[in-house]
Design a protein around this ligand. Structure first.
Ligand code: SF4
Length: 367
């Protein structure tokens, strides 16, 4: 087997789509300049997406409850079950938000909550049935791994059965929220009640087996070791291999953002913008079996997200319409971008904008 020793060799291999192993990834991060990483990642993006198109999704985040028992140290959004500021939206309140989204030309909602201690499985299936009955054209992605594990715990059912029930009731996809860093050293420090990295992977694996749409996330900048970041990516990559071989239903995409420390119990500092661009580029190079890498404007701001399109990203994320979680933690980039603003950012980076659905199918291509 050939061995490569220079950073240039690693960059060349990665941008050609060859797989880098853990040690090689560590070496690449440590030795490559940001410019070199971004250049190689941009080349890899161009190989996978040669038409010069960058996609975006018109959707809405709906945080159906902020009540949560998990107490993540980095979260400024949740309220304890006894808090007078805790809320749970009614079906009708959620329905009105969906109608506003439809008036905007949106196609997907992302239902995410806190981890509520009392809601039973029939609350979730009832909500999904209501949404499918009244808004059949809307894709419903919802309930991150920690939420579905909680539903399974309350229902005393295997998670696979819970996911099956949710899908039958109308769930289209399980988002990849809560991955943070997929390694237990850091998880135990920042969110000891959120479950192990293995439990996050298992939920996504079962969702993929069930035929649900899934996406992968990463939040970095908690003070984790570099090796943990690389492990995060290789663990995603391993599941992607497994799921693609099993039924062809792997993660649609990967998105990362930096930890937003304001108003959180944990505090700390925000990673600089350059580190975000490095992380996007590095992920593109390591995740050789992922088609799509998204930029994250809600956490990083529109300008940095635009730069990420030249560092390996081929998607500008989604409109969101309302975003309560990273904005609660001080991301000062506003809670909404209009379609026109998103298209302008994509064009400014030198690409053609395209509206997509939640499975990354192009719905409309613009000049
Ligand atoms: S990040 Fe999610 S699970 Fe953690 S405290 Fe906030 S709402 Fe709860």
């Amino acid at each position: 087997m050939r061995t490569f020793t220079t950073t240039g060799d690693l960059l060349e291999r990665a941008s050609a789509g060859e797989r880098l192993q853990l040690e090689e990834g560590l070496r690449l991060w440590e030795a490559a300049s940001t410019e070199a990483l971004c250049h190689a990642a941009d080349a890899m993006r161009a190989r996978r997406h040669p038409k010069g198109i960058v996609t975006y999704l018109v959707d809405r985040n709906i945080n159906y409850t902020n009540v949560c028992i998990i107490d993540c140290g980095f979260c400024a959004f949740y309220r304890k079950p006894t808090s007078p500021e805790g809320y749970l939206l009614t079906h009708e309140q959620i329905g009105r938000k969906v109608e506003e989204l439809q008036a905007w030309g949106g196609t997907r909602i992302l239902l995410q909550g806190g981890v509520h201690p009392y809601l039973k499985l029939d609350y979730y299936t009832g909500l999904l049935a209501y949404l499918k009955e009244h808004y059949p054209a809307i894709q419903v992605d919802g309930f991150s791994p920690v939420e579905v594990w909680n539903i399974a715990r309350i229902a005393k059912m295997p998670l696979a059965d819970v996911l099956h029930e949710l899908r039958l009731a109308g769930l289209d996809g399980l988002p990849g929220g809560g991955a943070e860093i997929l390694d237990n050293r850091t998880r135990n420090k920042i969110a000891p009640h959120k479950g192990t990295w293995e439990s996050w992977i298992e939920a996504e694996r079962l969702a993929q087996r069930e035929g649900l749409t899934t996406s992968a996330t990463m939040v970095f900048g908690f003070g984790e070791e570099l090796e943990e970041r690389v492990l995060h990516l290789t663990r995603l990559r391993d599941l992607q291999d497994e799921s693609l071989a099993h039924n062809g239903n792997g993660f649609t995409s990967f998105i990362c953002w930096s930890y937003q420390p304001d108003h959180t119990a944990m505090g700390g500092t925000r990673a600089p913008g350059e580190e975000y661009l490095r992380m996007v580029a590095f992920a593109r190079l390591m995740l050789d079996n992922f088609e799509n890498i998204s930029a994250s404007w809600p956490s990083q701001g529109a300008a940095l997200a635009r730069e990420a399109l030249r560092c390996g990203a081929n998607d500008f994320g989604s409109t969101m319409m309302e975003e309560n979680v990273v904005s609660a933690a001080g991301a000062d980039v506003g809670t909404c971008m209009t379609v026109k603003q998103i298209q302008a950012e994509i064009r400014a980076a030198g690409f053609r904008p395209a509206k997509r659905d939640s499975r990354y199918g192009v719905l409309e291509l613009f000049d």
